[in-house]
Design a binder for this molecule. Structure first.
Ligand SMILES: Nc1ncnc2c1ncn2[C@@H]1O[C@H](COP(=O)(O)OP(=O)(O)OP(=O)(O)O)[C@@H](O)[C@H]1O
Length: 645
């Protein structure tokens, strides 16, 4: 018989949420001798804070606060002792724990997780500690048997590959009816000692490296997940069983293809990495905001980490960053990602089964083990999980423990404010107020859109018919501007507070030392070169907008040739404007661009999240699905659209 026992229940209290602890580790500067030393772009301020130069204004810095900040001099034992060791005893209580290293390529993830022979990292230290804990408990006596086992896998190009039994087979991820994540076919090996772990782990790691050589830097291009499972079985009745799992994750580094010049296979790999890291960041966002469905299923990585993020595990994220100027945007993005991860609340629970017979020691090579477990309401069937194909039903919002948006928010409130009742009421009030305001704004927007349409001499469906250029009436745009709904193109950190009050988000604190407000882009004065555009006059008439004689709905100039009809300065300004939207626009802003729908807008945001800013509009061609031809249509449509606004 299996029962799920919440930590709080076991202790006789309520379920106690466990927050994901976020540590940031700055690696030492690696600038080689002879290279121009530009100085670090980031520096520590204290044991929990650091600052980075503001890229918009180099006389300013942005300050971040985390659970821990590890400076360049921090040693491997310090990282382990302060961030990892404290969560390991939970494994012996039937709870899950996870440690994952995030950060750009070359920032020190593998150093932190694996380390070197002289400076072993988190993985060897954690496994040794698990053995120590088990031994200590066995020495104390009691009627428990312990078994420790491992699985080791990597996610490469969205494929789940077994590193203990390497072959090219992509292992399926399944979920049983109790929402446990399973990987049928994944090798699980029992370990009798720490040296036994080494015996299996080292060749398995080499599998990863060997494949990497063959496939061109594969190791840094896959996410490696080591699972250590501790099972406790009671010898005497009632034969209780406790299972705790530890996930040690070395994430692939995000790469900026502009810097690496990735092409072909590497570009494809990079796409897969970026997709999973982007999804990871969306999962974090969604858990933090408590709004909408958590997109765990959108990538294999998040599906597997489901239990480590917003689930049942005690989690630690170590964000690795590099100090060199060349890493600036990678560092900036990693810090923002880490800041988001700070407020995820996990709900640890004890996994306990009670069986009528002692299960006995496990075989050396067990197949079909879970890679992750979920909170359950029903019996936990260790050996014969009732598997289901990956169900097509939508994911449960938020934690698999079924915690509602409200309970998640409340947990945050409890944790942060210490006065849950008052905060709960305030929160509910804010949400209700915000909803009302949003509704009002929506109505106003509809009204204004109607007005704008009335001023637009062209039928609305022309845009849908794929016409490249659509004229927006100036009046309509001005009206929208008045409401504050017209896009301001402000970058995320400095976005001017919208007049539409949003539901209060419990975001991690990212507090700039000084806040500079970037001015909205001025609408550029647009003048076609009349001399270069003789055909325009004849085409203008039916489509002239009042007061804008040189604006046309459509230019019937040859595809290749249209740019030459525009004044160069106009062209440059328009491109700048488009670039600014690409770099700092919200999803909504991006969708206002011609030929950019929801999917493309998300891809753009994902790219931005991972690589930072686009340096030129042409970089858009690096986004999946934006071919040269599409880009050419995009640029034509948007430049002309910008001009006619
Ligand atoms: N804290 C540190 N102290 C000393 N050297 C470090 C530290 N962190 C990283 N390094 C060194 O920096 C280099 C890059 O680190 P590492 O390979 O761990 O990066 P990574 O983030 O795992 O990169 P990738 O994503 O490509 O695998 C290595 O030579 C490593 O030894």
């Amino acid at each position: 018989m299996a029962q799920r026992v919440a930590v709080g229940d076991a202790a006789g209290g309520s379920e106690r949420p466990s927050r994901v602890r976020v540590a940031v580790r700055l690696r030492p500067c690696m600038e080689k001798q002879g290279e121009k030393a530009e100085g670090a772009c980031v520096r520590g301020l204290g044991p929990q804070s650091l600052e980075i130069i503001n890229w918009r204004n180099s006389t300013e810095t942005l300050q971040y606060q985390f659970d821990v900040f590890y400076g360049e001099q921090t040693t491997q034992p310090e990282v382990f002792m302060t961030s990892v060791k404290p969560i390991l005893p939970h494994l012996l209580n039937g709870q899950n724990a996870s440690v994952f290293a995030y950060g750009p390529t070359g920032a020190g993830k593998t150093h932190t997780m694996l380390g070197t022979q002289k400076q072993p990292g988190v993985i060897p230290r954690a496994v040794r500690e698990v053995f120590n804990l088990v031994r200590a408990q066995e020495k104390e006596g009691g009627d428990w048997d312990h078994t420790i086992g491992m699985s080791y896998l990597e996610i490469y190009n969205e494929k789940v590959l077994d590193l203990l039994s390497p072959n090219t087979q992509d292992l399926p991820i399944r979920e049983d009816k109790d929402r446990n994540i399973l990987i049928p076919g994944l090798t699980h090996t029992s370990l009798s000692s720490f040296s036994d772990f080494h015996t299996h782990f080292i060749p398995a790691s080499l599998n990863r490296t060997t494949a990497s050589t063959k496939l061109n830097h594969r190791s840094s291009r896959s996410h490696a997940i080591l699972l250590i499972k501790v099972e406790k079985s009671q010898r005497a009745p009632p034969h209780r069983q406790l299972t705790g799992k530890l996930y040690l994750v070395d994430l692939a580094g995000s790469e900026d293809n502009r810097r690496t010049g990735n092409q072909g296979l590497r570009l494809k790999e990079s796409g897969a990495i970026n997709l999973s890291l982007f999804t990871l960041s969306k999962v974090v966002d969604s858990l933090n905001s408590g709004v909408g469905r958590v997109p765990y299923r959108d990538s294999k990585l998040t599906r597997l980490l489901q239990d480590s993020l917003g689930g049942s595990a005690h989690s630690v994220m170590i964000a690795n960053i590099a100090p060199e100027q060349a890493y600036y945007f990678d560092t900036f993005n990693a810090l923002n990602f880490a800041a988001k991860s700070k407020l995820i609340v996990n709900k640890p629970f004890v996994r306990e089964t009670v069986s009528s017979t002692v299960s006995g020691k496990r075989g050396r090579q067990e197949q079909g083990h879970e890679a992750a477990t979920q909170p359950q309401k029903k019996r936990f069937k260790e050996k014969q999980p009732e598997e289901q194909e990956e169900s097509s039903e939508p994911a449960q919002p938020h934690s698999p423990a079924g915690s509602s948006v409200l309970s998640r928010l409340l947990a945050l409130e409890k944790m942060m404010m210490g006065s849950p009742e008052r905060e709960r009421l305030n929160l509910l009030k804010t949400v209700a107020q915000s909803r009302k305001e949003i509704q009002k704004l929506k109505e106003k927007q509809k009204e204004l859109e109607k007005k704008a349409q009335a001023c637009n001499p062209f039928p609305a469906d022309q845009k849908e018919q794929g016409q490249d250029v659509v004229i927006h009436s100036k009046k309509g745009v001005e009206a929208l501007k008045d409401t504050g709904m017209f896009r301001t193109n402000l970058p995320p950190l400095y976005r001017k507070p919208s007049t539409a009050a949003k539901p209060k988000r419990q975001q991690a604190v990212v507090s700039p030392l000084q806040v500079s407000v970037v001015q909205p882009i001025q609408q550029c004065a647009v003048v076609f070169k009349p001399s270069l555009c003789p055909s325009m006059k004849q085409k203008q008439n039916p489509q002239v907008v009042e007061g804008k004689e040189n604006l046309v709905k459509e230019l019937s100039v040859p595809e290749s040739d249209w740019e030459s009809h525009l004044d160069t300065s106009v062209l440059v300004k328009s491109k700048e404007k488009i670039l600014q939207i690409l770099n700092s626009g919200t999803l909504k802003d991006l969708k206002t661009l011609q030929l950019i729908g929801d999917k493309k807008a998300k891809l753009i945001m994902g790219w931005r999240e991972v690589h930072g800013q686009f340096s030129q509009v042409e970089d858009l061609q690096k986004i999946e699905g934006i071919t040269v031809k599409r880009f050419s249509s995009f640029i034509k449509a948007n430049i002309l659209s910008t001009i006619v606004k």
